[in-house]
Design a protein around this ligand. Structure first.
Ligand code: BG6
Length: 487
């Protein structure tokens, strides 16, 4: 595995220095409407939630007709998963979902983000649906609503049906995009009578590069840059097709948008020049996915930089990709680039990150609370959006169970307290962040790390499946109850 920090330096245009980029930034200022604010805290009606994903928690991979996903295959390749574990059992959430929803309720969360396992609903990706697969999500949604929790559904959190990988090369083919659109239509048709908010694909920025570029996520391929760029384009196309499918087949008023690990750019020092440079950087370093979704075009700098490796596309593709969304979901964990103004290229320069930069219990997870202030602020301005959701934020910790059976994760609390204070600062300034989903409700199968990394508010003993609240669960409950970061 490449070094941990570079794991998070997504392909896109990462690595672009000041050299060679020239493209003016949009001069249109966003004027977000400010919702009513509760005294000194977050706006009223701010959506507090937690998040999980299907392969990471469900287990039950061979039950009720579920087909295989690319992760089922990938985890069996020796050496791919750090501790040799798989998602075969994970949190057994498929059977314990009622117990887990009770945990969400205990936190006081009014929203829960989960993903649908595509191969549960369509074992081969397309063709005949598996009613038992859909039934699970019917039960899950009903149980959430019974507990006063709004279901926020993600259509794709990386568990692509293996059959689509075998038949079409997965996201290498636009066949998969079309089939994804059909799957999205089916899910929308059957669940949006109760599910009002839908995320399309989780983190194109990661699964494309890690899965098809450097081979450390499923399906484990290492393709040339031109193909990676084409696959990223296909993922944007799949997003657009899903947006259209939800509009056409979902109940009226269903809201839909992306959930992207935006390449996070922060002004190194808060000066007008650096802020403007960070704005340009945020747009250009997200040109391959979020920016094309929000604007309907690849930037000149992106195309110039990609050169012969640029994706092949049509005007019709761009129209689909930029189908209007209702919100922008951004997963924000770490600062990716501290930016200063430059008189060369497009006018920005990412600074090198010192080795001594503090991080949480994952080397890639640098602690930069200001990220969650600057990124939504700049994103709202660049893309003129009036609704941003933090679709993920959270931290890994050591999380030792002490002799009294408790987990005093004061480091996670430190991380959350500082990030939430910066998020509150953003909303107080009128930045249109409408909600926040903490990753994660409970420890789970953390992809290449297996069960080695813990992100949960609830500790999970994977031998007994006992869930124990960490101190951070009390912290988050207090934040939600007060609707304020200073809890
Ligand atoms: C996000 C993913 O990238 O980060 C989650 O959407 C993931 O699925 C989380 O669990 C932590 O990432 P990792 O690589 O440390 O497991």
């Amino acid at each position: 595995m490449p070094d941990e920090v570079s794991r998070r330096q997504f392909a896109k245009l990462a690595g672009l220095s000041a050299a060679g980029m020239a493209s003016p930034v949009s001069s249109v200022e966003a004027k977000p409407a400010s919702p009513p604010r509760s005294a000194g805290g977050f706006p009223q009606n701010f959506v507090w939630g937690t998040a999980t994903s299907s392969y990471q928690v469900e287990g039950a991979v061979n039950e009720d007709g579920r087909g295989a996903s690319i992760w089922d295959k990938f985890v069996r390749i020796p050496g791919k998963i750090e501790d040799g574990t798989t998602g075969d059992h994970a949190n057994e959430h498929y059977h314990r979902y009622k117990e887990d929803i009770a945990l969400v309720r205990e936190l006081g969360c009014k929203a829960y983000r989960f993903s649908v396992a595509w191969p549960r609903v369509f074992p081969d990706g397309d063709g005949k649906p598996n009613p038992k697969g859909l039934d699970f999500y019917n039960r899950l949604v009903d149980e959430l609503l019974k507990n006063g929790i709004e279901p926020w559904l993600t259509l794709y959190h990386w568990d692509l049906p293996q059959s689509l990988q075998d038949r079409f090369g997965g996201w290498r083919s636009t066949e998969t995009c079309k089939i994804f659109g059909d799957y999205a239509a089916y899910v929308a048709e059957h669940l949006t009578d109760r599910v009002k908010n839908v995320f399309t694909l989780n983190e194109s920025g990661r699964f494309v590069y890690f899965g098809y570029g450097i081979g450390i996520d499923a399906p484990g391929l290492t393709l040339p840059q031109a193909e990676v760029n084409q696959i990223r384009h296909n993922s944007a196309l799949a997003h657009g097709l899903a947006v259209q499918a939800v509009r056409a087949h979902g109940r009226r008023g269903t809201r839909v948008g992306p959930a992207e690990n935006i390449d996070a750019c922060i002004p190194a020092i808060d000066t007008p020049e650096n802020v403007r440079a960070a704005e340009i950087a945020l747009r250009e370093l997200n040109a391959g996915y979020l920016n094309v979704i929000m604007t309907g075009r690849y930037t000149d700098a992106f195309l110039k930089y990609a050169g012969a490796d640029a994706p092949k596309y049509t005007e019709a593709d761009l129209k689909i990709i930029s189908s209007p969304v209702d919100f922008v979901g951004v997963n924000i964990y770490s600062p990716q680039h501290y930016i200063v103004a430059s008189d060369q290229g497009a006018g920005f320069m990412p600074l090198p990150i010192p080795k001594s930069f503090p991080h949480m219990n994952s080397d890639w997870l640098r602690v930069g609370p200001e990220t969650i202030y600057w990124v939504p602020k700049l994103a709202a301005k660049i893309w003129k959006t009036n609704a941003i959701y933090i679709s993920e934020n959270g931290a890994s910790g050591d999380d030792q169970v002490t002799q009294d059976g408790k987990i005093y994760d004061t480091d996670r609390i430190m991380y959350l307290r500082n990030y939430l204070a910066q998020l509150q600062r953003a909303t107080a300034e009128g930045v249109p962040v409408r909600g926040y989903f903490l990753w994660s409700l409970m420890d789970n199968f953390e992809w290449v790390y297996g069960l080695n990394k813990r992100f949960g508010l609830y500790h999970v003993n994977f031998d007994t499946q006992v869930r124990t609240p960490k101190l951070s669960a009390s912290f988050y409950r207090n934040v939600i109850a007060k609707n304020a970061a200073g809890a």
